[in-house]
Design a protein around this ligand. Structure first.
Ligand code: WTA
Length: 664
């Protein structure tokens, strides 16, 4: 943490945004959730969530909505029993919707596609549940999943849920070491993987990393009993099957041959559903535990609410990987619990050509689209010619998640992708919150570019100062959650104390959950998330958020992406240093113009002392900019730990580049 981060309590409010977009009249008239929901929820929050839980099918109804007596350890829907997979699959078939498409899967190789109806999904999930049982998986056992974006990944997650065996999905881009540490931490009994997957036109291997992870875990004293392998690419794999006394079994020889009959058992509402590892700034990754009833309630409800889902007619597409929480809540559990039809895409956005995403939207007539600001900004860099070649008039709502969306990126998204018709819902949430917490409602809220607007009905959020007092409109501070919510994390796997210390210690007296983010309330009281408080800068005694200066840079027509850091400075404490990626066609030597632009947009205090034009920015595998590494560079230090970077060569590229400084 930098010095400034310990005191983000009076973050400056720099950017002012006057553009407003009203909800389309038709959407407003037929919206699933209307303005009354806010009043209803504040009048009786428990009753509001009980009604949301009623959208699920329970084997046994709960006795009590919330038990918060042992805070911060919550129990939701106490005494209730349900099966998550039954809710995501079987009940839609029983309701007569078995022929509805659940997953319209698009492989990266062009033409490699599969359509799976709810009836087919039910059969496949049942087969996988039977096969996992035969491999020794019992209720409560952990199963690690390390797979590409293929339907079998979803089938496996649901099969685990069906058995009450918590899964832990590890992103397929992670190393053997990262996989091993997660397998060890949750003592996974079985690993489900594939021979490989397709990325940028090539078959990349997965199985060797599993073999290595298994060895690492074994050295640490944990034996993985079975490794279940999907044949996706057909590439050569080292095999250690039952013949050689090893754990490897093929999916097509076990799952595909298993019975399609499987009766799901109902589990307690608080039965563990999954563990999702998220890296902190220090120490080992935290295993975030989500349980069944509350999690499924809020994932399903918010998906229906914020995307205004009409399951009979909408075609939904979320571009996240199932290795992230967004893939869990808004590819698997939310949409499937709602009986949605969705596109699932295996590959990269720009393969085999840069318009691949837009072509999929056109061809599949996608109506609801959910992606991340990092993707939007990289498309901005390429300009609008490529998306303009596609008819995307089917789209009716666009969503954003993962980082603050700069106002300019929001407007570009709405205009170029949404044809100025579609609301953009900027949804703030975290692995820990399990589901969306702060977001506009597309049929109610007017859109304000860059603002996540207000807490959703039933959610309590505020921006507070160092003492935990709410800040006034027009000021910034810490973003906190003031009330427990159904999909909240229940603990950190195996470490209750770390759970309390990490999330509940900072505002212990108030009983607030502190999310790690800074935010401001604008003059209307609407919320703007300003990024991690660790990234806050202190320039001449003013606390500045990186996000607002980045947004000012991105509002210049030459700039596609920007990352801002505070570097130690003799005169000002910290100085603003900016790394920018230019849009195609921007002139060279435009640094001075850019820094003058920031001065004009925000004021002299925020004017970057140095601007470096770079070809790429260091990002995590889920697309978040790692400002810590840029700070190392800006302060002339050796660059720290780069193991969580998507591409570790990028730092060398940036350091070596003939970055030009505008010291004036
Ligand atoms: C950031 C992803 C601004 C934030 C679901 C949060 C956002 C972290 C937004 C969680 C948003 C996510 N506006 N910032 N709409 N959405 N973030 O755990 O810093 O991968 O704390 O969960 O992403 O990231 P995570």
């Amino acid at each position: 943490m930098s010095t400034a981060s310990s005191d983000a309590g009076n973050l400056s409010n720099l950017l002012h945004e006057n553009r407003r977009f009203d909800p389309p009249a038709e959407l407003a008239a037929s919206a699933n959730v209307k303005a009354e929901a806010y009043d209803e929820a504040s009048a009786d929050r428990d009753a509001f969530w009980a009604k949301a839980a009623d959208r699920l099918t329970w084997a046994q109804k709960w006795d009590r909505v919330l038990d918060w007596d042992n805070a911060p350890f919550a129990k939701w829907f106490v005494g209730g029993r349900l099966n998550a997979a039954y809710n995501c699959v079987d009940r839609h078939v029983e309701a007569g919707n078995g022929e509805r498409v659940a997953i319209d899967w698009v492989g990266e190789p062009v033409g490699d596609e599969r359509t799976i109806t709810y009836a087919q999904l039910k059969d496949e999930v049942s087969q996988a549940a039977n096969a996992l049982t035969a491999l020794g998986v019992e209720t409560g056992d952990r199963v690690a999943i390390y797979m590409p974006m293929i339907p079998e990944a979803i089938v496996t997650m649901l099969a685990c849920a069906r058995l009450g065996a918590p899964h832990t999905v590890v992103f397929g881009g992670f190393s053997a070491e990262a996989l091993a540490s997660r397998i060890e931490d949750c003592q996974a009994k079985v690993v489900v993987t594939a021979d490989g997957g397709y990325r940028r036109g090539a078959a990349s291997a997965l199985k060797p990393a599993v073999d290595e992870a298994r060895e690492i875990a074994a050295r640490a004293g944990h034996e993985v009993a079975k490794v279940l392998v999907v044949r996706r690419t057909g590439q050569e794999v080292a095999w250690d099957g039952p013949e050689t006394g090893g754990p490897d079994v093929w999916w097509h020889e076990t799952v595909a041959t298993a019975s399609t009959d499987h009766t799901p058992e109902a589990f307690d509402a608080e039965h563990p559903l999954y563990v999702m590892y998220t890296s902190g700034t220090t120490g080992k990754p935290k295993g975030i535990l989500h349980t069944t009833g509350g999690y499924l309630t809020q994932a399903a409800f918010t998906h229906w609410e914020v995307f205004d889902l009409k399951p009979e007619t909408d075609v939904y597409w979320c571009t996240a990987d199932i290795g992230w929480v967004t893939g869990h809540s808004y590819i698997v559990y939310g949409p499937l619990a709602n009986g949605a039809t969705q596109v699932l895409y295996e590959g990269t956005p720009d393969f085999p050509e840069r318009g691949r995403w837009w072509q999929i939207i056109e061809e599949k007539k996608v109506t609801l689209f959910y992606t991340a600001p990092t993707a939007i900004r990289s498309f901005m860099k390429q300009g609008h010619d490529i998306p303009d070649q596609h008819d995307m008039s089917s789209l009716r709502i666009l969503g954003s998640v993962g980082e603050p969306i700069n106002p300019e990126a929001y407007v570009w998204y709405r205009h170029v992708i949404g044809g100025d018709r579609t609301p953009v819902v900027d949804t703030w949430w975290q692995t820990e919150t399990g589901a969306m917490m702060i977001s506009p409602l597309p049929g109610v809220t007017h859109g304000k570019p860059g603002s996540a607007m207000t807490a959703l009905p039933g959610v309590g959020a505020d921006v507070v100062d160092d003492e935990g007092h709410p800040v006034a409109n027009g000021s910034g501070g810490y973003l906190v959650l003031t009330e427990p919510w159904p999909s909240m994390l229940r603990t950190i796997w195996g470490d209750d104390q770390r759970y309390v210390d990490t999330y509940w210690a900072r505002f212990k007296d108030q009983g607030y959950y502190f999310a790690g983010d800074g935010a401001k309330k604008d003059e209307d009281g609407d919320l703007w998330v300003l990024g991690r408080v660790d990234d806050v800068m202190n320039v001449s005694g003013h606390r500045l958020s990186t996000t607002e200066i980045e947004s000012a840079l991105v509002s210049h027509p030459y700039v596609a992406e920007a990352a801002v850091v505070g570097a130690t400075d003799e005169d000002t404490g910290q100085a603003v240093v900016a790394y920018v990626i230019l849009r195609e066609g921007a002139p060279e030597n435009c640094e001075k113009e850019l820094s003058d632009h920031v001065r004009k947009e925000i004021g002299p205090i925020a004017k970057p002392k140095r601007i470096m034009v770079v070809p790429e920015l260091p990002k995590t595998r889920s697309g978040k900019i790692m400002r810590r590494l840029l700070r190392d560079l800006a302060e002339g230090r050796g660059v720290g730990d780069t193991t969580t970077l998507a591409d570790s060569s990028i730092m060398e590229l940036i350091a070596a580049g003939q970055a030009q400084a505008t010291d004036d």
